[in-house]
Design a protein. Structure first.
Length: 207
């Protein structure tokens, strides 16, 4: 009798575990499909431009790239991790822009490549080496366009910050000093992708 009870108990545990795994996989598929439905035409054009840049250049990662849409409000997800092979967004998170980009006018930002402007600079970057700075581990950024070719001299880096929220919200989030700045939890996922890549990952910031 005891063996039967133990068997039924183990069977129930396995069954519940299977159900939970199936539900989680359904949730992930749903989220991914939502990402794709919301992918704007503008992003598609930016993806095409990045693919053209990468081309057959073996220096660049041709599987994934990062895209940041500055037209989206800072309280909403606008940092997209994009699968260049499957042509879909695979992850997204909040992104804090430079305080110098604020104009005081609702939904209007400015951008600059000038040192000490505290502005976000538009354009394509590639992600360079990592180092430990004021915010912990960060990645040097190298500008590939005239609009951001001072990135390295400006000490523009990709880094995390504890005060950047993880969940979307209606209000604007905090600002950086011009660097791309993200939530710690989201950064951990980005970090894994960067560190596991033996080629340069492209980051594109557009408006």
């Amino acid at each position: 009798m005891r063996k039967i009870i133990l068997f039924l108990l183990l069977f129930t545990i396995v069954l519940l575990g299977t159900i939970i795994l199936l539900e989680n996989s359904k949730e992930n598929v749903f989220k991914a499909s939502e990402f794709n439905k919301k992918t704007p035409h503008k992003l598609t054009k930016r993806v095409d431009a990045v693919k053209q840049l990468i081309g057959n250049n073996s220096k660049y990662n041709n599987k994934i790239a990062f895209f940041i849409d500055m037209k989206i409000k800072s309280g909403k997800n606008r940092f997209f991790i994009y699968d260049l092979k499957k042509n879909k967004i695979i992850d997204q998170g909040l992104f804090a822009h430079g305080s110098g980009s604020e104009t005081g006018i609702k939904d209007k930002l400015r951008f600059s490549n000038v040192n000490n402007s505290l502005c976000t600079a538009l354009g394509k970057y590639y992600i360079g080496y990592s180092y430990n700075g004021d915010f912990g581990k960060a990645y040097k950024l190298y500008g590939l366009d005239k609009t951001n070719d001072n990135a390295f001299l400006r000490n523009i880096v990709l880094h995390k910050y504890s005060k950047v929220p993880y969940e979307e919200q209606d209000n604007p989030i905090c600002n950086s000093y011009g660097c791309p700045m993200v939530n710690e939890k989201y950064y951990a996922r980005i970090e894994k992708l960067i560190d596991s890549s033996d080629k340069r990952i492209v980051l594109d910031i557009y408006y």
